[in-house]
Write a protein that binds this ligand. Structure first.
Ligand SMILES: CC(=O)N[C@@H]1[C@@H](OP(=O)(O)OP(=O)(O)OC[C@H]2O[C@@H](n3ccc(=O)[nH]c3=O)[C@H](O)[C@@H]2O)O[C@H](CO)[C@@H](O)[C@@H]1O
Length: 367
């Protein structure tokens, strides 16, 4: 019997990180033959990730051109994927998360009557504009999915409540596969902290942009309160974030504003840190595995599992709260240790293989 062909579509850095393990597991899996497709939504950052995992897209749609609307990106992705579906005739299409790339992959598959598998299914805030457009895209992708690969029980329950078509499977989050592989490979330290404690900060979310000035002032105050600690912030490429970060924080000697770092570098920084302050989704999933306490600078999260497990605390973006919560943890190793968990609620590093088995089984079962 010939192999079943499966498209694996990725467009942004987090999607590449989370789909690399699926692609690699599928390459080794008897009976499945993956085709890696990049839409190129985050061109540079995608290449860095693919290089680290030593994989190369079979096709690159290069959808980004300057000043496009979201609908232009969507329609270019759709048309590009349409052509590739007629070229390869895949048996299934997989995409991860909630970007324009994911919506395009789901729709392109649906319109060609090809089975669609949604990886990281069932994340919900239940508020369509929080975050916008991601919450809407997740819900739309779920409507046409044949396989919902949910990372946790909470996401399984969210999907069950929506009376969707398709089958729901709890498989864990593939980001833990990527993380554990990366953490097991040696990488030199990114920042020499001279033996001092390191606090890692990341912040880029659009929903937080208008709060960043006050948030950055809180970071400045923290850095002056703790001159013996080193604060490291790899600043996102978005010019709104960059300019403001440099305006408020450049010149603070123990606060290092650095360029966005590669995946092994952020993993190395997370391992080195005694505390992380972030608004990133992926880092909320990863930090519990690295046993680093996490303060989440968002009002709501679709990744409540790390909060429920006690590994993270949701603190919003109020500068006084950021300052006081960070101080509470920086002042007390006991408080920090309370946030270390034995098991990461997001997965165990074997999610990609589970996905391969389910797809193989399903494609070999007559409907
Ligand atoms: C609404 C929402 O929740 N949306 C999420 C958001 O993803 P996010 O918030 O997780 O995005 P980031 O924080 O950029 O990336 C995270 C990954 O990148 C690594 N990293 C980070 C900094 C760095 O300097 N170098 C790195 O390598 C890091 O360890 C982690 O694995 O957007 C995605 C679509 O773009 C969505 O699919 C995803 O749901």
């Amino acid at each position: 019997m010939s192999d079943h062909k499966v498209f694996i579509v990725a467009g942004t850095r987090p999607e590449a990180i989370k789909m690399a393990p699926v692609y690699k597991a599928m390459l080794k899996y008897d009976g499945l033959s993956p085709v890696l497709i990049s839409t190129g939504q985050h061109r540079e950052m995608l290449k860095q990730v693919f290089d680290w995992f030593e994989i190369k897209p079979d096709e690159d749609l290069k959808v980004m051109t300057p000043n496009q609307t979201v609908n232009q990106v969507l329609s270019r992705s759709l048309v590009g994927l349409d052509e590739l579906i007629s070229k390869y005739q895949p048996d299934a299409v997989l995409a991860q998360g909630d970007t324009t790339t994911v919506l395009a992959a789901a729709l392109a598959a649906f319109n060609n009557k090809v089975s669609f598998g949604h990886v990281e299914a069932g994340l919900r805030t239940h508020t369509l504009d929080r975050p916008y457009p991601e919450e809407g895209y997740r819900q739309m992708a779920a409507r046409v999915a044949k396989w919902h690969f949910a990372p946790t029980q909470k996401s399984v329950e969210a999907l069950e409540a929506e009376n969707l078509s398709g089958d729901i499977f709890k498989v864990g989050n593939t980001v833990i596969d990527a993380l554990l592989e990366t953490a097991s490979r040696d990488h030199p330290p990114v920042v020499d902290s001279n033996g001092k404690d390191l606090v890692l900060i990341t912040g880029h979310r659009r929903e937080n942009h208008d709060k960043f000035r006050a948030v950055f002032e809180a970071f400045k105050q923290l850095a002056s309160e703790y001159p013996e600690k080193v604060f490291v912030y790899p600043v996102h490429l978005n010019p709104n974030v960059r300019n403001l970060a440099h305006e408020v924080l450049a010149g603070v000697t123990n606060f290092k504003l650095i360029e966005p770092v590669s995946y092994p570098e952020i993993v190395s920084l997370m391992k080195q840190a005694i505390l992380i302050l972030t608004d990133s989704g992926g880092i909320q999933e990863e930090a519990p595995s690295l046993k680093v306490p996490l303060l989440v600078m968002r009002e709501t999260t679709e990744r409540q599992e790390s909060v429920d497990a006690g590994a993270a605390k949701l603190i919003g973006t109020d500068p006084d709260k950021i300052f006081s919560e960070a101080r509470r943890l920086l002042d007390s190793e006991v408080e920090r240790k309370k946030m270390i968990v034995d098991q990461n609620p997001f997965g165990d590093g074997a999610s990609a293989l589970r996905i391969c088995k389910i797809i193989d089984n399903s494609l070999n079962t007559p409907s």
